[in-house]
Design a protein around this ligand. Sequence first.
Ligand SMILES: [Zn+2]
Length: 112
Amino acid sequence: MAQHMPGPWKWTDNSWAISTVYDAKWNPVAECRINSDATEDNQDEFEAQKDANARLIAAAPELLEALKEARDYVRQDLKNIGPCEHDVGHCVCGILSMLRRMEEAISKAEAR
Ligand SMILES: [Zn+2]
């Protein structure tokens, strides 16, 4: 499986219409464009949204690493705690559901 470009990633606001995300060596990773519904009247709002998109993409490698660490931590905790025993008031269903969401998000990022 291919690995994404090395982090940390950063981004720059190239213009009102385009922001670019770069890897640690300033290789371009992604370009974020302003919403095509932008007009002179709402440009500021959509420009801020474009930058928020670039910021989110630039944080992706760190978010992925942090999520994997959290997943491993929760997995280990669940191993130590054991399964749900609802009859004695011991429930980890919420943690299991959170773990599933973490694993789905990681799979989405890593295409497994
Ligand atoms: Zn439960």
